[in-house]
Design a binder for this molecule. Structure first.
Ligand SMILES: *Cc1c(COP(=O)(O)O)cnc(C)c1O
Length: 212
């Protein structure tokens, strides 16, 4: 499992005593024949970007693997919040007020309280989800104070055509000044850089499973 070894090496050099980042195996779109051997080899944390696809794929798998951890890393519509909270352990894409409100409302009505990440649009790309960096502090405060939601981490997807380092550094700064402990950053092409900038989890798809 080359990607996992590289993650281990990147996070574990003599000058980087930080704990190992979590490998989130991004299984979206992949056929089960590619996922099953990774699961059998001991990988337990998987990322999916669509609620329905994840339900189809993972329903029932928990019976065999009770320590499975599923993370939603794609956009979440408010009408799918209850289904998402029922299925996923972690929602990494909280990025707007009405979504936060829908999550708080679902929890008040009995949905499980899940680990939450705020997605930050570090590149301020119009087509990309995530709160703008300049609005992140106020958004985080609103989630905490008004919606009573605990924020475990921040997540970002840097622009494809830019060096990712400054985006990871920006995400780390926003997390630090808001007292947020975790950083979900780094994909197949840049996870080693992300680990150097303090990623506590990396989301790796194609480098692990092959091209989609
Ligand atoms: C698909 C996806 C990934 C994985 O991308 P790879 O380049 O295949 O590693 C990571 N994060 C998010 C949000 C994704 O949608």
């Amino acid at each position: 499992m080359a990607a996992r070894d590289a993650v281990r090496n990147a996070g574990c050099g003599p000058d980087a005593p930080a704990p190992l980042p979590t490998l989130v195996a991004v299984s979206k779109v992949q056929p089960w024949e590619r996922i099953a051997p990774v699961l059998a080899a001991g990988q337990r944390v998987f990322g999916e970007n669509r609620v329905q696809e994840a339900q189809t794929r993972w329903a029932g798998v928990r019976e065999t693997y009770p320590d499975l951890e599923l993370r939603l890393i794609g956009p979440l519509q408010t009408n799918k919040v209850r289904a998402a909270l029922d299925l996923f352990d972690v929602i990494e894409t909280v990025d707007r007020e009405n979504l936060a409100a829908a999550i708080a409302d679902a929890v008040a009505k009995g949905a499980p309280r899940r680990r939450l990440y705020v997605q930050v649009n570090t590149g301020e790309e119009p087509q990309k989800a995530g709160v703008a960096p300049a609005e992140a502090d106020a958004f985080i405060a609103r989630l905490r104070d008004h919606h009573r939601l605990e924020i475990e981490g921040l997540m970002c997807i840097p622009p494809v055509d830019e060096a990712p380092g400054p985006h990871f550094a920006l995400l780390a700064r926003i997390a630090a000044r808001n007292g947020i402990p975790r950083l979900s950053m780094g994909m197949s092409s840049d996870f080693e850089t992300a680990v150097r900038f303090g990623a506590t989890s990396v989301r790796v798809g194609s480098a692990l499973f092959g091209a989609r």
